[in-house]
Ligand binder design. Structure first.
Ligand code: WTA
Length: 649
């Protein structure tokens, strides 16, 4: 299999880009010709950002799993589709060929049918990183059920909220998951999430850790037993449901600046075409390359670049169950050498954490199979970029810095390996089809440089002018929320929530969120969400959460908390205990990933006369910039700030 739409050189990029902007329908129509359609589309696109209403490949019928599996069987049935490496290096790895994956997906699709799952049902997946998770995702897609994968680090309460929001009626989980030295009791968390839930008809439990689990009669069934039944029925093949191009493929929850996480919805065709196109071109993927994306399938990166894009491209996807530092900090490098990985796609936070172990764990490794490196999830600092380039890529592998979001479905701004130049800390050029624009707070396009030090550099809020095939379609169950979050800030633009620079060459550098969303170890967490969780603690009156620079995580979480519970008041010595109680509360409400790194008790928060918290001041305090807090005269009580500064952790 080769890719007729693979860009070959810099001129090819410019040509593709021009065409994609001038005649997007012709451009994407041509790319889409390379997929399997049950019925071809009538019209390539029809969209407006007002409602928003975004449609691609209108009238087309297809199933993404036919594109990820069936179409490869004849020519590459014996090729590894997924190579899986377990958490514990002493356990055997698994290689699943396209033929085997196809069979497993068909069998599990039949299991879903047998258990009453129908097209359009919402199925929640809460599993560890085992091949069965990818199989379950694909089986849902095969029968047209809408999957919603929840990352294993979320709590029962978070799951309950998501189940409720998605009106989910089925769950697929595992008894437990291995993560480094820990066993995570997934099924038991699901049981807690299901207390009082009336919608869930069936929980399918896959065995991994064989931790003791409660199996409720009439509700819970074992994956393996169900597979045995369909094997006994002789199921080898389940036809792929005919999906409309615009039918939803999945819901994935992500944090915003307000309220609870929202369910980002992507539809089948546009998502398939765009993720495949960006995969092939960003990474300069060639059909025999082994592609190792280290993200969890619980995040968008895992959806797009571990499951759907590599498989729709007939590639080989490396899947790893564990963490980069277990049993030691050479784990990634072991895997790369063991399987001769060609492309590594990981997060800056992982690079920074591995840098901290020095060169010892890297040195014993060959790493010569690597051709391309990639990063995603947060801005990469120059030091980490240089380390990655020198010690992992040995100065011969291009590093693609890929900027994108859950809402964008696929990579939006990035250099292309070996095609367009990279630049440390810069995501550089937009993908074909993507027209970025920088605007000021009023929505005016930024055309003048504001900095004398960096001539020619523009700075603004990053927006996108035209719809692309995998634009977010809606937020599940609340279309208005989608409109106000992304399409109402500025007229006729998709607003990303990020700030960016653009240089005279037209390259972009993403500076980070301009809204109240944190990026902790590449995970998005809303400050409002963390505050709500802290405020659930019985003794907490009010709290304010901001981010601060953190050497490894990128951003850490700093919480200012007004606490009136008796413990903190009685004696100062118990403050640490109260902190632990608050952390426990956040772990219960959201999950361990949202635990603040620092909690400072305060007696008041800096508020304007209209009662708005001045986060700008708190951010400076958290960043340790205590002498440049700016104007505090508009505060209701400026004395609060002095007290906060005195109590800084
Ligand atoms: C940030 C992850 C700088 C950004 C795919 C964005 C980045 C948010 C980069 C989306 C990058 C992602 N450089 N910042 N290369 N990639 N971000 O939805 O703030 O988990 O808005 O999607 O991560 O996070 P999400």
């Amino acid at each position: 299999m080769s890719y007729p739409y693979q860009i070959k050189d810099l001129a090819g990029y410019h040509e593709a880009y021009q065409k994609s902007i001038q005649t997007p329908d012709a451009f994407w129509g041509e790319v889409a010709e390379n997929f399997t359609w049950q019925k071809k589309w009538d019209k390539v696109s029809d969209w407006n950002f007002k409602e928003p209403s975004i449609k691609w490949f209108i009238g087309g019928k297809l199933n993404i799993t036919e594109n990820c599996l069936d179409r490869h069987l004849e020519t590459m049935g014996e090729k590894p589709a997924i190579i899986w490496e377990p958490n514990d290096p002493a356990e055997s790895h698994r290689i699943i060929t396209y033929k085997q994956l196809h069979l497993k997906v068909c069998q599990f699709a039949q299991v879903l049918y047998n258990n009453g799952v129908k097209k359009g049902d919402r199925v929640c997946l809460y599993m560890g990183m085992i091949p069965e998770l990818a199989i379950a995702v694909l089986a849902c897609a095969r029968i047209g059920a809408i999957h919603s994968v929840i990352f294993g680090g979320f709590s029962a309460q978070s799951i309950a909220d998501r189940l409720d929001d998605a009106k989910a009626n089925f769950i697929i989980t595992c008894d437990g998951a291995y993560r480094g030295a820990k066993d995570i009791p997934l099924k038991s968390v699901i049981d807690d999430a299901l207390v009082g839930n009336k919608n869930i008809q069936r929980v399918i439990v896959c065995t991994r850790t064989r931790t003791a689990v409660s199996m409720l009669k009439g509700r819970d069934v074992w994956w393996e037993d169900e597979i045995k039944k369909v094997a006994a029925q002789g199921t080898q093949f389940v036809p792929a449901e005919a999906m409309d191009a615009e039918d939803p493929l999945f819901i994935l929850y992500t944090s915003g600046s307000t309220g609870k996480p929202k369910g980002v919805v992507h539809s089948v065709a546009g998502y398939m075409v765009y993720t495949n196109y960006t995969f092939v071109n960003t990474f300069n993927y060639h059909p025999d390359d082994i592609f190792f994306c280290t993200a969890d399938i619980g995040w968008i990166t895992g959806h797009s670049y571990m499951v759907y894009a590599p498989l729709s491209a007939g590639g080989t996807s490396m899947m790893f169950e564990g963490i980069p530092t277990f049993p030691d900090a050479g784990r990634f490098w072991d895997i790369i050498d063991k399987f001769k990985v060609n492309i590594l796609y990981t997060a800056p936070t992982a690079i920074r954490s591995l840098m901290g172990f020095g060169l010892g764990p890297v040195k014993e490794h060959d790493l010569s199979s690597l051709k391309v490196l990639g990063t995603v999830g947060e801005p990469i600092n120059e030091e980490a970029w240089n380390w990655y380039n020198e010690h992992i890529g040995k100065n011969k592998c291009p590093i693609v810095d890929t900027w994108w979001q859950t809402e964008t479905g696929g990579i939006m701004i990035s250099n292309m390996a070996g095609i367009t130049p990279g630049k440390a800390g810069w995501a550089t050029y937009p993908m074909p089809g993507i027209e970025p624009v920088l605007v000021d707070d009023k929505g005016e396009e930024v055309v003048k440089t504001t900095s004398d030090e960096e001539p020619g550099i523009l700075r603004g809020n990053l927006c996108i002018k035209q719809a692309w095939p995998s634009t977010i379609r809606t937020t599940y169950g609340d279309h208005e929320r989608c409109r106000t979050n992304y399409f109402a800030t500025y007229d006729n633009l998709y607003f990303t929530g990020d700030g960016a620079f653009r240089n005279e060459a037209g390259q972009y550098r993403i500076t980070g969120r301009v809204d109240d969303v944190l990026n902790v170890s590449g995970h998005r967490i809303g400050t409002a969400e963390v505050e709500n969780a802290i405020n659930m603690h019985a003794g907490v009156v009010e709290s304010a959460v901001v981010g601060y620079p953190h050497d490894i995580k990128g951003q850490g979480i700093y919480a200012f908390v007004i606490y009136t519970g008796s413990h903190a008041q009685d004696t100062h010595g118990t403050a640490d205990m109260v902190r632990k109680d608050i952390l426990q509360t956040v772990t219960r409400i959201i999950g361990p990933i949202a635990k603040p790194d620092k909690i400072q008790f305060v007696s008041g928060l800096p508020k304007t006369r209209s009662g708005k918290i001045m986060r700008r001041i708190l951010r400076k305090v958290a960043e340790g910039e205590l002498t440049s807090l700016g104007d505090t005269s508009t505060l209701l009580d400026p004395a609060v700030v002095d007290e906060i500064v005195k109590g800084v952790l």
